[in-house]
Ligand binder design. Structure first.
Ligand code: BG6
Length: 471
């Protein structure tokens, strides 16, 4: 009998540059928006200066990836390591670093799956252009993408061009939006979002042009929102939450235009971005080849009526676990049927099956899970181990959901959870850990940065060895 996972299923694990590399200004690397934001927190938690110190430990770390049995490694390149100021001189030392990492992965039988931009815009582009607000940033990204394709395209076939554009765009800090007026901030946001779609489409086109069998797609932050009740308004609110946060973005990458409800929002809020002649063709020609998706939890929502302050029914509200304002038609609610993690994420393996089926029925494209995992304050116990059975339970549940989605007919290429090793959590530094490999450091004490295999490491190793038969 055939197994529950296809023979060629891509088992992996993930990371991102500013969260693991460290060496933040070594080898000619420029400063990034992610560095800038992490340094603002340096007095109270770890920052990107050392992170997990992959920059100096990469050979040892790739050895551990091999031992884990990984078939793919999903990681990101730091744009500012390759082009320090974003659109100027190319930094050979940066290219060499990634070239060595890619070669070493391949020598160890691991396929590199590469994200091109994971929250870390070169800071110089903010200084020069206010980042994505300016169309020049689009061409800077296209140039960077072409360079990467030319240098690494013979070795890397799968590219995720932008990580979680749909989430990043709503976080002012990540976009470097400092405008206090909410309407003006939303106007800038809409322009930045549009420019990222253009940049994505241009890069996807370049990938097809320059790489034989090259595949390009976004890595989206998936959302699955349940209505609090079966009142039609609540159902609508939940649906619109997913549409306004994620589906509009996937539609842009697939159809090359905003769906009607999104255009309506842009018009009613009077923030339709500036578009140029010829853009439509660019957007349509840069269709995504696959969907990389990040999934951690589900949401729950109830209807929030429009009022005078938000006449279009686009109400700004504060999510209970996220610290940024979002627009939508709904109020964030607690789902009493689900347990929440220590950090408030509503844990829901079944939601993953729902998301996979939903996206597959919409686009019929292959999918890859590029993030999924549980962030916890792991403890190194007296026996020198990390007994993270809660993480094993979490991943087991989500892999069960993947197996069911495969049986439903979803083309799921692989599973690459977050994260290969402990890394800098965006908001909780090294207090919140996701890795299969423990990195022996605290927020304020670098200790020896020793790598220690957690219980989940051995468990996942066996999952991969048995191709998912022993979960
Ligand atoms: C994803 C990001 O949204 O969530 C990762 O792509 C991030 O970069 C992950 O680390 C977990 O979030 P956090 O805030 O716990 O680091």
């Amino acid at each position: 009998m055939a197994g529950r996972f296809p023979e060629n299923f891509l088992w992996g694990a993930s990371s991102s540059a500013f969260q693991i590399e460290g060496g933040w200004d070594e080898g000619g690397k420029g400063m990034t928006v992610a560095d800038y934001n992490s340094f603002r927190r340096s007095a109270r938690q770890a920052d990107s200066k050392v992170a997990s110190d992959f920059y100096h430990h990469w050979k040892e770390d790739i050895g551990l990836m091999k031992e884990l049995g990984m078939k793919i490694y999903r990681f990101s390149l730091s744009w500012a390591r390759i082009i320090p100021d974003g659109d100027g001189q190319i930094n050979q030392a940066g290219l060499d670093f990634y070239s060595n990492v890619i070669d070493c992965l391949l020598e160890n039988g691991i396929q590199p799956f590469v994200t091109m931009y994971h929250f870390d815009l070169p800071y110089a582009l903010v200084e020069k252009y206010n980042g994505w607000e300016d169309r020049r940033c689009v061409y800077a990204f296209e140039r960077y993408a072409r360079l990467c394709f030319e240098k690494f395209g013979n070795k890397v076939k799968y590219w995720q061009l932008i990580n979680e554009q749909n989430l990043m765009i709503r976080v002012d800090e990540r976009m470097n939006i400092q405008e206090p007026d909410p309407w003006k901030a939303d106007k800038i946001r809409a322009q930045m979002d549009y420019h990222m779609f253009l940049a994505h489409a241009l890069a996807a086109r370049a990938c097809h042009e320059l790489i034989k069998d090259g595949k390009a797609g976004p890595a989206v932050s998936s959302t699955c929102t349940y209505p609090l009740t079966n009142k039609p308004q609540d159902v609508w609110a939940a649906k619109m939450n997913d549409c306004m946060k994620t589906v509009y973005c996937l539609d842009m990458h697939y159809y090359g235009k905003y769906p009607g409800y999104y255009m309506r929002y842009l018009k009613e809020r009077n923030i339709v971005p500036a578009m140029e002649e010829g853009d439509e063709e660019i957007l349509k020609a840069g269709r995504m080849d696959y969907i990389a998706l990040n999934y951690y939890r589900t949401l729950c929502a109830s209807y929030l009526p429009a009022d005078e302050e938000h006449p279009a029914g686009m109400r700004v509200f504060r999510g209970n676990e996220v610290d940024f304002d979002q627009y939508g038609y709904c109020r964030d609610e607690k789902n009493v049927n689900l347990k929440a993690s220590e950090y408030g994420a509503q844990i829901d393996p079944m939601g993953l099956r729902i998301v996979l089926n939903d996206y597959y029925s919409r686009y019929h494209l292959p999918m890859l899970i590029t993030e999924n995992g549980l962030g916890m304050a792991d403890e190194l116990t007296a026996d020198g181990r990390i007994h993270d059975s809660y993480r094993i339970d979490y991943i087991r549940g989500h892999l069960e959901a993947c197996a069911l989605a495969l049986e439903d007919g979803v083309e799921l290429m692989g599973y690459s959870p977050w994260s290969f090793m402990d890394l800098l959590s965006c908001h909780q530094g090294f207090r919140k850990r996701y890795g299969f490999v423990y990195v022996n450091r605290d927020d304020m004490d670098l200790k020896d940065l020793k790598r220690i295999r957690k219980d989940s490491f051995y468990w996942y190793q066996n999952v991969i060895r048995t191709n998912g038969e022993e979960l």
